[in-house]
Design a protein around this ligand. Structure first.
Ligand code: PYC
Length: 311
């Protein structure tokens, strides 16, 4: 395994030794991993080896041999579609292992193919899956928080994007922001507010002004499905934001949008229009933080992770 962080958000890549998942598309392999080998996810990212904030990535052989590989992302509670910070971490990991040259490559993910451009050993641009807004200005009525207006958009994961929330988007307020966004997510779920095919809206994203002197256009706070917040500006969340900005005519295609995270890290983003689709490009830096081997001691009751049903 190789560990890295992208704008503060960690990624743990399993580069070898994963289970046999056949030669189907990444969405099919994700289903096999989830149904038959979930112990790998819990061993890798749950305590005691991991933590709630860690995103895992299983590197797979590609379907198309012209591509650099395929990847399945997962976290403390399950599997995620695309992952922007994780793809940047994966590219930097492959470069660290001398398995990726500078330049543009193609990578297979469960929601579709993405491009990965390695600029140097730390800097990467991800050309994400097509992103779009599904619903504009949905008014969520809640007993606890009153009315919360937000857009529902896809950026490789499903997001509820809120600009008017009255919250202070500062790192020292992350506990309150986590509670606030968890409440929004609970309400969306219990009120049956979903994506077009019934998908759970499992990422909640708040926006506010960027910090002084950061040079960014906006700051965000993103609650992830496992109940913790993204330390990076969230690649898929930034993609969903770009889709909304482009559809509102507030950002021109090709123009740079600098998205700051709650920790102060920044992704540089722009979107191009291809065949009427919005294709976000997200650029950020990742850094290697460690390299290790998973070790399973048969006498260790937590070798598959705390909470795992496998023993
Ligand atoms: O960067 O897309 C992202 C992401 C999703 C969940 C955590 N990070």
């Amino acid at each position: 395994m190789v560990d890295s962080h992208t704008g503060g958000e960690p990624t743990r890549v399993i580069v070898a030794g994963g289970p046999e998942l056949g030669d189907g598309a990444m969405a099919e392999r994700l289903a096999l991993l989830r149904d038959d080998h979930d112990w790998l996810r819990s061993s890798c990212v749950n305590e005691p080896r991991g933590s709630d904030v860690l995103v895992g990535a299983l590197l797979c052989p590609p379907v198309n041999p012209a591509n650099i590989g395929g990847v399945i992302f997962f976290n403390n509670v399950g599997y995620i579609g695309m992952c922007g910070h994780g793809t940047i971490g994966l590219a930097v990991t492959l470069a660290f292992l001398d398995r990726l040259d500078l330049g543009e490559h193609r990578l297979e993910t469960p929601p579709g193919e993405v491009s990965v451009t390695l600029h140097d050993s730390n800097r990467v641009t991800v050309g994400n899956v097509p992103s779009y807004r599904y619903r504009r200005g949905h008014v969520l009525k809640t007993a606890e928080l009153g009315e919360i207006r937000g857009d529902i958009a896809w950026g490789g994961n499903w997001f509820f994007l809120v600009s008017e929330h009255g919250q202070r988007l500062e790192y020292d307020n992350a506990g309150r922001l986590t509670e606030f966004t968890r409440t929004i997510r609970r309400e969306l779920d219990s009120q049956g507010i979903r994506g077009p095919r019934g998908e759970l809206i499992d990422h909640i994203e708040l926006f506010g002004p960027a910090s002084k002197d950061s040079g960014a256009d906006s700051r965000n706070f993103v609650l992830c499905p496992g109940g913790v917040y993204d330390r990076s500006p969230c690649g898929t969340g930034t993609s969903a934001k770009l889709a909304c900005l482009i559809e509102d005519g507030e950002l021109a295609p090709g123009k740079v949008w600098r998205q700051e995270s709650i920790t102060g890290s920044i992704f540089e983003a722009r979107a191009t229009l291809q065949g009427g689709q919005i294709i976000p490009q997200i650029t950020g830096n990742a850094y290697i933080t460690g390299q290790s081997t998973l070790w399973f001691d048969a006498s260790d009751p937590f070798r598959f992770g705390i909470g795992s049903t496998k023993c």
